[in-house]
Design a protein around this ligand. Sequence first.
Ligand SMILES: [Zn+2]
Ligand SMILES: [Zn+2]
Length: 334
Amino acid sequence: MDAWVVAHPGPVETRPLERAGLPDPVPGPGELLIRVEVCAVCRTDLHLAEGDLPPRRPRTVPGHEVVGRVAALGPDTAGPPPGSRVGVAWLRSTCGRCRYCLRGAENLCPASAYTGWDADGGYAELLTAPAAYVYPLPEDAPAETLAPLLCAGIIGYRALVRADLPPGGRLGIYGFGASAHLTAQIAIAEGATVHVMTRSAAARELALRLGAASAGGSADPPPEPLDAAILFAPVGDLVPVALAALDRGGTLAVAGIHLTDIPVLNYQRHLFQERALRSVTANTRADGREFLRLASLHHPQVTTTPYSFSAADRALADLAADRVEGAAVLIMDG
Ligand SMILES: [Zn+2]
Ligand SMILES: [Zn+2]
């Protein structure tokens, strides 16, 4: 099969991705073989390509926002049947036995494995995934608008949960890429007032079109204090900025898997009055199911920038340079 692999992790200008012909993968027990229709491009793919997240195995196929169809079932796999439309997301498997798994926090499982990091992902014609970790997807939406829901959407939703936004509250969103634009729409549909802070003028326009109450520069103060904030930009310098923008009792959730160093915080200005700073680590399958339910209820507008499969390296470079509006998606040829 045709695929892209992370050949030489390093700056995106050094072309870390390489196109490769690989043997067709074979589904193991409990696994599905899935033919990829569309794979969305996540910032995590960029972190893996650039080596910010060290590779866990050589020459791994990245990509963990896959919309495809079941092509075959491995041994001892109950379903879904061939032809079913499914989504493959970042969380590939967990142990199901540890203290975290047993208390419903499978996202913290030390034995968790991730699509496109511990196993080959969706920048390919085919991939395998455990049947228990794929999501059934509706037939009535185009694959390119479903794919960004699978990481950008699900992780953004977990960040929103972690930010403890009170009903009807004021939410600040720092950075406005694929994940943020979906999260903002769900929050607005559920009654929040959303203020967006981002360096990109195009993203500020998009935020206002999607119903944000205001859109300012990345470090600008919002027009009112925030009950909750989510930092989507992988920029540690924005942590004190966002904490200072919180009202008493507010919570800042850092959504990314990678963040540059956080500068020294001042207790009075950034944390006192019971402001809280939280990280967000992956997601549970329950988060995924709940987000996909909310998405089918509210129909968030999914802005995508399509790339042909052969332009995967250019898609990553454009993402690195903030040249992508909404989510970049790779469309499989034919
Ligand atoms: Zn576990
Ligand atoms: Zn992702």
